[in-house]
Design a binder for this molecule. Structure first.
Ligand code: ATP
Length: 258
């Protein structure tokens, strides 16, 4: 057994995970989800979602493949063009990339909204507080005064002046039913999901097949790079984007290593 094999998943602080470990990102992700569960931010089911994602990331080579980078740039362009962009935050997103989501929101002028599959007032408030600790000024999702049509009561709850009214929504690690329901509301949907065959990326206008811990900082970098771009340039990035190609490329990488 090598030293690497002895790195336990239950390290107390993420700094204890050696950065040169060959599965560093995987250990870091798992550790953040565990911490999220301990803090009451993440539901236990989030660990199952994490396990599924981890398997796909392994097959992708734990890197941002070129087509994912293209999708991240197109997503940044969509968010910059939007009238009312909203970034949706669930328990896994809050545990994995709280500060990074705050940075992205500020780079594109978007709102942050807590939106949970297993919704309880305590968890919504814990996530909002966690985001505030990471620099968020305003967090939506606490009012929950509107409903997404065609979903059951708990899963349908959104803010009337948040996701309900948004024209562009980023929904990372989203459940397939809700992604489909949002898409039927004619929103431009950006999905981050490591499984290109999952329903959420399949219905998204911009499917990003990448680990959220790499995808979000890269979207912010693209947004900063495009900050001075005029509308015509942003529109051409959006128009040239090919969602089918992105899904095909990711599947080819996962199935054949291509
Ligand atoms: P469906 O969208 O068809 O309902 P599912 O039931 O597999 O699919 P969920 O369990 O609702 O999906 O959500 C988990 C999804 O999130 C999985 O597809 C998984 O690949 C993805 N995922 C998990 N962790 C990450 C991560 N760190 N970055 C990106 N995607 C991730």
């Amino acid at each position: 057994m090598s030293d690497y094999d002895t790195v336990s998943a239950d390290v107390e602080h993420e700094e204890e995970i050696p950065a040169d470990h060959p599965r560093y990102q995987d250990l870091l992700t798992r550790h953040r989800i565990e911490t999220g569960i301990e803090k009451g931010i993440t539901h236990l089911q989030g660990m199952h979602a994490e396990g599924r994602g981890s398997a796909f990331d392994y097959l992708l080579g734990e890197e941002t493949i070129p087509s994912a980078d293209t999708a991240e740039r197109a997503a940044a362009a969509h968010l910059l063009l939007a009238d009312q962009p909203v970034l949706s935050i669930n328990g896994n997103v809050a545990a994995l990339v709280p500060g990074e989501m705050v940075d992205l929101a500020s780079a594109v002028g978007a709102d942050l909204e807590v939106n949970l599959f297993n919704r309880t007032p305590e968890r919504v408030e814990a996530i909002a507080e966690h985001l505030r600790e990471h620099g968020a000024d305003e967090v939506k999702g606490l009012t929950a005064d509107a409903r997404i049509p065609k979903l059951d009561h708990q899963r349908a709850k959104v803010d009337a002046d948040g996701i309900y009214a948004a024209d562009v929504v980023l929904v990372p690690l989203e459940d397939g039913d809700r992604a489909e329901a949002l898409q039927e509301m004619d929103k431009t949907e950006i999905v981050i999901d490591l499984n290109p065959l999952s329903r959420s990326p399949q219905v998204a206008a911009v499917p990003i097949v990448d680990n959220i811990i790499r995808a979000v900082p890269n979207m912010t970098e693209h947004a900063r790079d495009l900050a001075d771009a005029d509308e015509a340039e942003l529109r051409s990035i959006v128009d040239e984007f090919d969602r089918e190609q992105v899904l095909e490329d990711a599947e080819a990488r996962i199935r054949n290593g291509l």
